[in-house]
Design a protein around this ligand. Structure first.
Ligand SMILES: [Ca+2]
Length: 304
C-alpha cells in the first residue's frame, strides 16, 4: 500500500488523476487532497475537489485549502479557456455549501501528516508548486519524510503551452517551482510531452464509458474539450502522473537535471526543461508505449 498526498488544482486532467487514485484505494492510501489555485481560482478548485470526492470516493479523504496566489505577486494566469469557467469543462458544479475542509492550511496539514507518519509518503503534485514550496520553506527538515515527489510540469525539450517556452504549472509560480526543484527532494517529472504525444479524443472517451457508473458527469467534464497545444483531442497531463504512481512499469525513467529560467528579462522566462544526463540528480519519466499508457488512463478514468 502506497501512502500518498495529492496536491492539485482541479482542473479537467486533475479530475482524471484524482478519479484514477480513488478507483485504486485498495492500492493507494490517499491521506489528503490539498488544493492550490492554478487551472481555476482556489474557490472553484476546492468546490471541484469536494464534488469529485463525493461522487467517486469509496472512502472519504481530507481536503486542505492551499495557496490562492503564487509565492510572490498576484495570480496572473488563468486556464478557463481550456478547463471551462468553473474548471471542470462543461460541468456546472453547484456550490458544495456543506463542504468540510481541514482547519489547517495546506502546507501545515501536509506537514502534520508527514511528521506523524511512521512511513515515508509520496507526494503527487499536479498543479502549481506553491503549497510544496511553502512546506519546504517553513519546515525544511520534513524533506526526509517524503519518499519522492511525482510532479507534472515542465518539458524535456523546452517547449511550453502557455508561452512557446513555458509550461503552465511551472510558469504559474516559477519561484515555487525553482525552490522545489532545488530542494533536494527526489523528483520524478512528468513532462508536457507525455500527454501531448497521446491526446485523447471524444470517440475514445465514449468507447471507454460504456459501463461507467458516472457516465453523465464524466461526459460533461471530458467531452468537447480543446486545449490548443495538441492538433486534436485533449492532453491529459496530470493523468500521466497518476498512471506512473499506479503502474510505474509502463514508463521508463531517465536521469536528468531540471533547468528553470526565472529571469524576468529573458524571453524564455518560465521555461523548465530536462537536461538528460547519466549523473543527473532528478528523474523524468516517459511512456515505454504511448498507446498502452493511454489505454490505462482511459480504462481507469472512464471504465466501469
Ligand atoms: Ca493540474
Amino acid at each position: 500500500m502506497k501512502n500518498v498526498i495529492l496536491d492539485c488544482d482541479i482542473g479537467v486532467d486533475d479530475a482524471s488523476a484524482l478519479i484514477m487514485l480513488l478507483k485504486n484505494q485498495q492500492k493507494v492510501r490517499l491521506s489528503l487532497v490539498s488544493t492550490v489555485a492554478g487551472n481555476s481560482k482556489i474557490e472553484n478548485v476546492c468546490n471541484n475537489t469536494i464534488f469529485i470526492l463525493r461522487n467517486f470516493a469509496t472512502r472519504w479523504v481530507s481536503v486542505a485549502v492551499g495557496a490562492s496566489k503564487p509565492l510572490y505577486g498576484e495570480r496572473k494566469l488563468d486556464a478557463s479557456d481550456v478547463h471551462g469557467e468553473g474548471g471542470l469543462g462543461g460541468l456546472k458544479v453547484e456550490k458544495q455549501s456543506d463542504a468540510k475542509f481541514t482547519t489547517e492550511v495546506a502546507e501545515e496539514k501536509i506537514y502534520k501528516i508527514l511528521s506523524s507518519s511512521k512511513r515515508k509518503i509520496t507526494l503527487v503534485a499536479i498543479g502549481p508548486l506553491t503549497n510544496i514550496a511553502l512546506l519546504i520553506k517553513k519546515h525544511p527538515e520534513i524533506v526526509k519524510k517524503i519518499a519522492k515527489i511525482i510532479i507534472m510540469g515542465g518539458s524535456i525539450s523546452g517547449i511550453g503551452n502557455i508561452t512557446p517556452f513555458a509550461e503552465y504549472n511551472f510558469a504559474w509560480d516559477i519561484d515555487a517551482a525553482k525552490s522545489v526543484v532545488e530542494s533536494g527532494l527526489k523528483i520524478y517529472l512528468s513532462p508536457i510531452e507525455n500527454a501531448n504525444n497521446m491526446p485523447v479524443c471524444d470517440d475514445e472517451i465514449l468507447a471507454s464509458l460504456k459501463d461507467a457508473e458516472h457516465a453523465e458527469i464524466l461526459k460533461k467534464i471530458f467531452l468537447n474539450l480543446q486545449d490548443g497545444s495538441v492538433p486534436f483531442g485533449f492532453a491529459l497531463h496530470d493523468s500521466c502522473a497518476a498512471a506512473f504512481l499506479l503502474k510505474p512499469n509502463l514508463f521508463k525513467t531517465l536521469k536528468c537535471d531540471i533547468k528553470i529560467n526565472n529571469d524576468k528579462k529573458d524571453k524564455r522566462y518560465g521555461q523548465c526543461f530536462c537536461e538528460i544526463n547519466k549523473k543527473g540528480k532528478n528523474l523524468v519519466f516517459v511512456p515505454k508505449n504511448y498507446q498502452k499508457v493511454k489505454n490505462f488512463i482511459l480504462k481507469t478514468t472512464f471504465g466501469g
